[in-house]
Design a protein around this ligand. Structure first.
Ligand code: ADP
Ligand code: MG
Length: 281
């Protein structure tokens, strides 16, 4: 069984989140931006330095509620660092990061950010190989409440319904009793997305989901992520341009720690700056 250190971290005291919502000052979002969009999550002028090198350089990024956003860009552009900042793994030198316009993520710990409704899927699937698909989803549900030895606790009817719903979403109903270790690489990725979904996050951050997948699996993953938009805000970092074309309505190109271009895929593909730094590689 793979260790998942994050699940045994401190558990969020819900009062702490409410406290921030109640007492933190107004976010720095400019009124024009606040009126034009309904951002669920935004970063403003965020800079992260590693020994003087700016992995993020004054990055501003706004994500609307329920949108599906693809983030592309050359290696080292700062895509993973951006996700690290949102999830509290890396603290920026400067800038602001807000969730739901009022929750200052820079004041929350990693576990608290996850509990507040931002789920992240890393590139390598970290499912519990020795447990069934169903049990994996059960564990994901229960960690939300801090109950680690959850396989001994009975699920409520509501929790069973949620697991069934997630199994259908990720297309693994027929594998519910199968050991996760026996699943294909693609199925493991879907199971892990399902484990995030079990907790019903408002925002899902997904780092390179289709690496190593078959063409058919890539297609199913595109469908899955598409079906999640609307109910969740989905942010996908991906290199596979076929995949990006299949799902992207709105694409952000990062380069040298900031936004190089942003817009609809058709426009992005024909942007000479994007072709020069990324697509023309
Ligand atoms: P991407 O995900 O777009 O490929 P990253 O965010 O991983 O890019 O990295 C951006 C830059 O920051 C890279 O040049 C990388 O080497 C550097 N970097 C990332 N994390 C660290 C770290 N913990 N220490 C030092 N440099 C780092
Ligand atoms: Mg990366």
């Amino acid at each position: 069984m793979t260790a998942r250190p994050e699940v045994e971290e401190e558990i969020l005291d819900p009062a702490r989140v409410s406290e921030f919502i109640a007492h933190e000052g107004a976010p720095s979002l400019s009124p024009a931006v606040a009126l034009a969009h309904k951002p669920i999550l935004y970063l403003e002028r965020v800079t992260v330095s590693f020994d003087g090198f700016k992995a993020l350089n004054n990055l501003s990024l706004y994500l609307d509620d329920g949108e599906l956003r693809c983030i592309i860009g050359p290696n080292g552009a700062g895509k993973s660092t951006m996700m690290d900042v949102i999830t509290g793994k890396t603290r920026p030198d400067s800038g602001s990061v807000y969730f739901g316009q009022t929750l200052n993520l820079l004041k929350l710990r990693e576990a608290e950010i996850a509990q507040a409704g931002i789920g992240r899927k890393f590139q390598q699937p970290t499912v519990f190989q020795g447990h069934t698909v169903f049990e994996n989803l059960e564990l994901a549900l229960q960690t939300n409440k801090g109950v680690w030895h959850s396989l001994r606790t009975r699920l409520t009817g509501e929790q069973r319904d949620r697991i069934d719903e997630v199994l259908e979403l990720i297309g693994l109903e027929d594998q519910r009793g199968a050991l996760a270790g026996r699943l294909s690489h693609g199925q493991k990725q879907w199971l892990e997305i399902g484990m995030l979904l079990a907790q019903n996050p408002q925002v899902l951050l997904v780092d390179e989901p289709v690496a190593g997948m078959t063409v058919q699996e890539v297609e199913s993953t595109a469908q899955l992520l598409n079906s999640l938009a609307g109910r969740h805000t989905v942010v996908v970092v991906e290199h596979d341009m076929e995949f990006v074309r299949a799902i992207a309505r709105h694409v952000t190109v990062l380069h040298e720690g900031r936004v190089l271009a942003e817009g609809r895929m058709e426009a992005i593909q024909n942007d000479p700056r994007v072709i020069e730094v990324y697509l023309g590689e």
